[in-house]
Write a protein that binds this ligand. Structure first.
Ligand code: BV8
Length: 247
């Protein structure tokens, strides 16, 4: 993979860089992507069906078991070279904003600060009635209940049909509009409104870079489609742009 010189120059001169990541950046950490075929017990379930309020209220135990399975998977995973390259890139540009659709917390574990979590996090649960956040993850296999009101707890993630956290979405939109360079990394670009962010960036004059082994509906619009895994391309791009970058 050759990183285009024009992109390297854009990055070196960029004052504001914004990055949107999806499940693909965690693939090389061994975390299945959202639309990868699910394995084992979960093979017969469509994630898009499970990640909904309807599924939760129809069968909260099934949905809790699914999230416990995913949290187990992600807690055993380690950040990969792609996550780490973004930590170093943030040190190299004047204004860096990291926006993620992921709920696995791997960016934070890699050392990224101030991560904008558009779809929530497996690190937290909340009361399904009062919305109050409960730090940590309820132990035990049963249905966890709110210590304050006794209602069901739910994972603190955004399900299909639910609004994204208003503050996170506003911050993400602002970063996309102000970006000199906008990266979309490891996302199928299918889920709204996150999928609008790269288009916002393009409309406001950003240089948009896509890093993905596959083509997506966005590929034909971006300035630099870099085809390949993030864990290989990001470190290469980092060192081509800033030869003294660490690691
Ligand atoms: C909302 C959290 C409104 C939970 C998730 C019809 C048309 C358009 C839109 C809609 C529609 N019908 C409904 C909608 C809206 C809907 C939507 O967009 N649906 C889509 C599917 C059509 N959106 C919503 O419902 C959103 N809310 O619109 O609310 C509203 C407003 C006000 C009031 C009330 C309501 C909520 C969306 C959030 C849903 N929650 N996750 C959980 O995780 O369990 S989204 C889910 O998909 C994932 O979590 C992830 O965040 C998201 C996107 O997936 P990706 O991250 O892209 O992962 P994917 O597997 O798809 O792709 C991985 C990519 O990585 C691939 O391209 C692959 O090639 C690549 N890859 C693989 N390996 C690597 C790699 N890349 C780099 N390196 C590698 N090594």
């Amino acid at each position: 993979m050759i990183i285009p010189t024009e992109l390297i120059n854009h990055l070196r001169q960029a004052g504001r860089v914004a990055v949107l990541t999806g499940a693909g950046i965690s693939a090389e950490s061994g975390v299945p992507t959202f639309r990868d075929a699910q394995t084992g017990l979960w093979a017969r379930y469509d994630p898009q069906e499970l990640a909904t309020p309807q599924a939760f209220y129809r069968n909260p135990q099934l949905v809790w078991d699914w999230y416990r399975w995913r949290r187990e998977l992600t807690s055993q995973a380690a950040p990969n070279a792609g996550h780490l390259a973004l930590v170093e890139m943030a040190r190299r540009v004047p204004h860096f904003t990291l926006i993620t659709q992921n709920v696995d917390g791997l960016h934070q574990r890699a050392g990224s600060q101030e991560v904008i979590e558009l779809h929530g996090s497996l690190a937290r649960s909340r009361c399904a009635v009062e919305d109050v956040l409960i730090e940590g993850w309820p132990a035990g296999p049963g249905l966890p209940t709110c210590p304050r009101c006794g209602s069901l707890l739910r994972p603190d993630v955004v399900w299909f049909g639910e609004a994204l956290p208003a503050g996170a979405l506003k911050a993400a939109n602002n970063a996309a509009r102000a970006a000199d360079v906008f990266f979309t990394i490891g996302t199928s670009a299918l889920v709204y409104p996150a999928s609008e962010l790269p288009l916002e960036a393009l409309e406001h004059g950003a240089t948009v870079v896509e890093i993905n082994p596959e083509r997506t509906p966005l590929t034909r619009y971006v300035n630099f489609p870099l085809t390949g895994p993030a864990g290989e391309i990001l470190p290469l791009l980092l060192h081509e742009t800033w030869p003294d970058a660490q690691p």
